[in-house]
Write a new protein. Structure first.
Length: 359
């Protein structure tokens, strides 16, 4: 029984594969007869589907074959029409060629007669031309002999003239050589004079350069000395200025209240200004008068020191004072000769500097 079942199952599987059935789980659950029926039904359905597909393919192929047959017939008809047209054209061409050949033959016959007549006429003309050419050659030979004789005469005359010219050239060359020798001697003398002049100039230039070097060395030493003197003067002026500034600061304050503050608040740690102001207000007029007198004295000393500073600065800036006094007049005079403000300013400053140096 088991063997029969195995055989049946194998047959069912083969049939299902042929029918295109994938799942076999439901087939094995039922009895073998049911399985065979289902498989046969599936196989029948598959065979019907295949037959329908084949029928469709056959109908499609038949339609394509009919279409190709129709196209072939149309193409064959077109080819036959084209062949007939070609044959007709070839016949026309052959007829035209025959007609042209007959015309050419007729023209050749006529041309042969005309050629024979032309050949005779050409022979006669050639004879006449040959006679005329011989006569022309004889004339040319006679003319050439005459020309040769004339050319010989001309050549003799040219040779005689060339000999005379050669003699004149030789004489001119001799004179040229003499002139060139004289010029060379003069040029040598000039070159010697020029060398002597150049040597003198070089010696003079060397002397000038040495003098210039000496002058520049002297000027440099003078400038260095002047710069040193200016630096010393500047240092002295700075010292004086510092001393005067110290004197101004040492003269004390010029206000009575500030003097009172210096006397009572200086040296005391963290004295508030409100207390100092209250103390100042509490003072009597006689007590305040002392501070006022001291402030006036300090102001007088400060003014005196300031006047000394001004006097020193006036002595130091003499050129500035000179410019201050004379620049306005120089600027007005420079306006007449210069149109631009820059040019007038330069001319006026140059004129003032020149005037200051000429003092």
């Amino acid at each position: 029984m088991n063997a029969l079942r195995l055989v049946a199952r194998r047959q069912v599987r083969t049939l299902m594969r042929a029918a295109g059935v994938r799942s076999c789980t439901s087939a094995f659950t039922t009895s073998p007869s049911m399985q065979l029926r289902t498989v046969k039904a599936a196989a029948k359905k598959a065979a019907q589907q295949q037959a329908a597909a084949r029928q469709k393919q056959i109908t499609a192929r038949l339609k394509a074959a009919k279409k190709k047959a129709v196209e072939k017939r149309v193409a064959s008809r077109k080819k036959a029409a084209a062949a007939r047209a070609k044959a007709a054209a070839a016949r026309k061409v052959a007829v035209a060629k025959r007609i042209a050949k007959k015309k050419r033959e007729a023209q050749r016959k006529v041309g042969a007669k005309a050629l024979a007549a032309k050949i005779k006429a050409n022979k006669q003309l050639a004879k006449k031309k040959a006679v005329e050419q011989r006569a022309a050659l004889r004339r040319k030979k006679a003319a050439a002999s005459k020309r040769e004789a004339e050319l010989r005469k001309k050549a003799r005359a040219i040779k005689a003239k060339a000999a005379l010219r050669a003699k004149a050239r030789r004489a001119a060359r001799g004179a040229l050589r003499k002139r060139i020798a004289k010029r060379k001697a003069a040029l040598k003398a000039r070159a010697a004079e020029k060398r002597a002049r150049i040597a003198k100039r070089k010696a003079a230039l060397k002397a000038k350069e040495s003098e210039k070097k000496m002058r520049t060395a002297k000027m440099h030493s003078k400038r260095v000395a002047a710069k040193k003197a200016e630096a010393a003067a500047k240092r002295a002026a700075l010292k004086k200025k510092k001393a005067l500034e110290e004197a101004i600061s040492a003269s004390g304050s010029v206000r009575p209240f500030s003097l009172f503050v210096q006397k009572n608040a200086s040296g005391k740690p963290q004295v508030p200004m409100t207390e100092v102001a209250a103390q100042w207000k509490a003072l009597s007029e006689d007590q305040k008068q002392q501070y006022r007198v001291q402030a006036k004295k300090n102001l007088a000393t400060r003014n005196a020191t300031r006047l000394r500073l001004k006097a020193n600065s006036a002595v130091k800036n003499k050129y500035a004072l000179f410019i201050k006094n004379n620049f306005a007049a120089a600027y007005e005079a420079a306006k007449k000769t210069n149109s631009t403000p820059r040019g007038t300013f330069r001319a006026a400053s140059a004129a003032v500097a020149k005037k200051y140096k000429s003092q």
